[in-house]
Design a protein around this ligand. Structure first.
Ligand code: SF4
Ligand code: SF4
Length: 111
C-alpha cells in the first residue's frame, strides 16, 4: 500500500513539472500592489527629510543644503513608510524590484 502511494506521488511530481520559478530566465510576474522599489519625482521633493527620519532601516539620506536625495536599495525593506509620510507625495512604490547587481551601490533614482 505504501509502495503504491509512493509511486502515485512520484508520477504526480513527474507530470506537473517544477514548482519553483526559473528566475531570472523567466521574468517574474508582478501583481497590483507589489511593493517593489521606491521611486521619487525629484522635481517635487522639498528635501524636508521626513522620509529619512521615518525610514526604519536608514536607507534614505537627504542633504537639504545640497538638494540631494539618496537611497541605499540594499537597506530598503519596502515598508512604504517613506511614501506614506512624504508631504508632497513625490515618493511611490514601484511594482518592480530594483534590478540585480553584483556590487553594493547607492543611487538617486529619479523617476
Ligand atoms: S519626505 Fe518627500 S519631500 Fe521630504 S525629503 Fe523625503 S521625498 Fe523629499
Ligand atoms: S520603503 Fe521603508 S525601508 Fe524602504 S526607503 Fe522607504 S521607509 Fe525606508
Amino acid at each position: 500500500m505504501k509502495f503504491l502511494l509512493m509511486v502515485k506521488s512520484v508520477v504526480k511530481n513527474l507530470v506537473r513539472g517544477p514548482v519553483t520559478e526559473r528566475y531570472p530566465f523567466v521574468p517574474k510576474k508582478f501583481f497590483k500592489g507589489t511593493r517593489g522599489q521606491v521611486l521619487i519625482e525629484i522635481k517635487k521633493c522639498i528635501f524636508c527629510g521626513l522620509c529619512q527620519r521615518k525610514c526604519p532601516s536608514q536607507a534614505i539620506v537627504v542633504t537639504k543644503d545640497k538638494k540631494n536625495w539618496e537611497i541605499d536599495r540594499l537597506r530598503c525593506v519596502s515598508c512604504a513608510a517613506c511614501v506614506d509620510v512624504c508631504p508632497v507625495k513625490c515618493l511611490a512604490m514601484d511594482t518592480k524590484y530594483a534590478p540585480c547587481s553584483d556590487k553594493r551601490y547607492k543611487d538617486a533614482f529619479n523617476a
